[in-house]
Design a protein around this ligand. Structure first.
Ligand code: ATP
Ligand code: MG
Ligand code: MG
Length: 348
């Protein structure tokens, strides 16, 4: 069987490896951190930094195709890898989604709605942008933010100095606050032959900036459901994308507003493990391996809940509950805010 290289050894890499193994593939993880969750279930794991040219070269030579579970891979590392082995999703998808400004420009260029935004290289730019965008608004670092990290909310222009300080010198983006009714996401997949399939949109609830639950089906009208799927397909087609992408959306009276895109399997797609014949992890493996896409129809209503930090104390009880599927990541150390696992509840 072929070997799939995965950049990143977190829970997403772990669940991709499990799905790959089920289809007869081997996986090889590349991860700088020690004891990555994916290493337990992968065929091989290279522990090395992204500037280790010899390790990157050997990794690329040992696999047939490369994919990734996070978007912040240094460009120089990608250059080395891609010269040896193809990478899916492609470089353009990574380049665009690594930077919130590039991403917003790309989305608006496709004719999609986003929050009003402005590039904020310095304090003077924030003062100017607050005249047009106003408050409430959110200042976000352009790069490396996740789980709501690297964000400062402004409720009045007096919050500007503190918000700039919170960015710690990093280039930032100001976004107008979107008054949404609900948040939904579309998990979309595009195959190497250009077929696009979308999972039923999920409704997302965040707590303290971190995804708390995803519920399917989302409370969306038929027409918004269609809009969501068409919009996601437009994004994947524009990028000539191969693999799974998460598209986060705000639902507003003026339609769907794109919050952000993630060029990888997505936390809000974990419900597919127990709601569909073929889940997002297998779908991603199929796409990057050049297979046809599988059956992603929802066969059950599901509520996915993340198990974060001390939520792990609930595992014994959850393990004894019917219609409940536990997915634990094997992380040794429990930390506040750390994603330790998730639970999919089947709703009958
Ligand atoms: P992720 O872990 O999904 O990558 P992130 O750190 O990139 O998260 P965002 O998705 O930008 O952060 O924001 C986290 C949450 O904050 C959103 O899901 C939404 O609930 C809220 N939020 C972000 N931007 C806005 C906005 N412009 N208007 C209203 N709410 C927002
Ligand atoms: Mg994000
Ligand atoms: Mg997000």
């Amino acid at each position: 069987g072929a070997t799939i290289g995965i950049l990143g050894g977190g829970q997403l890499g772990r669940m991709l490896s499990v799905a790959a193994a089920r289809l007869g593939f081997r996986t090889h993880i590349f991860e700088p951190g020690a004891n990555p969750p994916a290493a337990d279930v992968a065929h091989a794991c290279t522990t090395a930094a992204y500037d280790d040219v010899a390790a990157l070269t050997a990794f690329a030579q040992s696999v047939d195709v490369i994919t990734y579970e996070f978007e912040n891979i240094p460009t120089e590392a990608l250059d080395i890898l891609e010269a040896i082995t193809p990478i899916h999703p492609n470089r353009e998808a990574l380049r665009i989604s690594q930077d919130r400004l590039t991403e917003k420009n790309f989305l608006t260029g496709l004719g999609l709605q986003t929050a009003p935004y402005a590039d904020i290289p310095d304090a003077a730019a924030l003062t100017a942008a607050l005249d047009t965008i106003g408050t409430p608004s959110i200042l976000k670092t352009r790069r490396f933010g996740y789980d709501g990290k690297g964000q400062a909310r402004l409720t009045s222009p007096e919050d500007a100095a503190q918000a700039i300080a919170d960015m710690a010198g990093a280039p930032a983006l100001l976004e107008g606050f979107v008054d949404f009714s609900i948040e939904v996401s579309v998990i979309a997949t595009r195959s190497a032959s250009g077929d696009v399939a979308c999972y039923d949109p999920g409704e997302n609830v965040h707590r303290a900036g971190i995804l708390h639950t995803t519920t399917v089906p989302a409370r969306l009208s038929a027409s918004l459901r269609t809009d969501a799927v068409l919009l996601a397909a437009r994004i994947l087609n524009a990028l000539d994308y191969v693999g799974v992408m998460g598209v986060e959306l705000f639902v507003t009276p003026s339609g769907l507003i794109v919050n952000e895109i993630a060029p990888r399997v997505h936390n809000s797609g974990h419900w597919t493990q127990n709601g569909c014949a073929v889940d997002q992890f297998e779908q991603h493996i199929r796409a990057v391996a050049g297979w046809p896409l599988g059956d992603g129809q929802r066969h059950s209503d599901v509520v996915m809940e993340n198990l974060i930090g001390d939520d792990m104390d609930r595992v014994p009880e959850l393990a004894a509950t019917r219609d409940t599927a536990l997915h634990l990541y094997g992380k040794a150390e429990v930390k506040p805010g750390r994603k330790m696992g998730h639970v999919n509840r089947i709703i009958r």
